[in-house]
Design a protein around this ligand. Structure first.
Ligand code: G1P
Length: 286
């Protein structure tokens, strides 16, 4: 069995990144020379997820456009012989199939996912939160796909969070099931450090089955008055149908300025042409 579809909710307001995101989607903020969402789609593509379902809104069509051809630009680059640049922009248009679904009101992550109900009818599909960039020896979502297919269960990706930051995440209560693998017993959305059942925080990577839609459809607003995906996952956990994988790799929360800026430096430093001068400039600043 193959998992080929990934839902990427992109309709949120991006309030953490204001005023940069007043008119510009937070997913289009650049990390070095690519927008945040391109890194997410590259992770999906590298994991064999070729059908991308954006849950979007009327102000964010620029995201779909980024993954389509820009024929005027391609013409200009072709005529001026800028072959490498031409190839780099054409490659983005050819990466994946795009399906876009409107979320007409922003009522939370669970609500966003519910908007994908009609298009996610396969046995398993992936969900990736576009704020969470993840890098490591193996793409984050691929690590979950392997666990879902071998254990035949829905899976969430977790990482250890410092106690002072558990209130930013959905936190799981779980018991060990195998190396780096947990059976989830319960979940709580953004608990205070005192209430948190563990420090294992969900980091925006999920493999789910269409069963989640029945649970989401029955939910009332939860934390912050939103329809929370975490509350839908609770129903799966209660019937022992949910695993967690401790993800290997590095994560950047692009909605947090320190992490956003660190990610920019991290990726710029991978570019050998920039590296030397950038290090010099950083030294000067410090
Ligand atoms: C969402 C989820 C939360 C999860 C987080 C990961 O929260 O509700 O459970 O831990 O994504 O980034 P948000 O960051 O959208 O408030």
């Amino acid at each position: 069995m193959n998992i080929t579809k990934v839902v990427i909710p992109v309709a949120g307001w991006g309030t953490r990144s204001l005023p940069a995101t007043k008119n510009m989607p937070k997913e289009m903020l650049p990390i070095y020379n690519k927008p945040v969402v391109q890194y997410i789609v590259e992770e999906a593509q590298a994991s064999g997820l070729h059908d991308v379902v954006f849950i979007t809104n009327q102000k964010k069509t620029i995201i779909e456009d980024h993954f389509d051809h820009n024929l005027s630009l391609e013409g200009v680059l072709r005529r001026s012989g800028k072959t490498e640049l031409l190839e780099s922009v054409r490659r983005v248009a050819q990466m994946v199939n795009i399906i876009s679904v409107r979320q007409k009101e922003q009522l939370g992550l669970g609500h966003a996912l519910l908007c994908a109900r009609e298009v996610c009818t396969d046995d398993y599909f992936a969900v990736m939160v576009a704020d969470d960039l993840m890098f490591g020896p193996q793409p984050g979502i691929k690590q979950l796909m392997e666990a879902a297919l071998s254990e035949h269960m829905a899976v969430v990706g977790v990482m250890e969070a410092p106690a002072s930051k558990v209130n930013r995440y959905g936190i799981i209560s779980a018991e060990e099931y195998g190396p780096g693998l947990f059976r989830v017993r319960d979940l709580v959305e953004k608990p205070s450090p005192d209430e948190a059942p563990s420090r294992l925080a969900m980091v925006g990577r999920y493999i789910l089955t269409p069963e989640i839609f029945d649970h989401l459809a029955r939910l009332s607003p939860g934390k912050d008055g939103e329809i929370q995906l975490t509350d839908g996952l609770r129903q799966l956990a209660r019937s022992s149908k949910l695993l967690a994988v401790k993800l290997k790799g590095q994560r950047f929360d692009t909605g947090d300025w320190v992490e956003y800026l660190t990610a920019n430096i991290h990726f710029a430093l991978q570019d050998e042409e920039l590296k030397k001068e950038l290090i010099e400039r950083l030294k000067e600043l410090l």
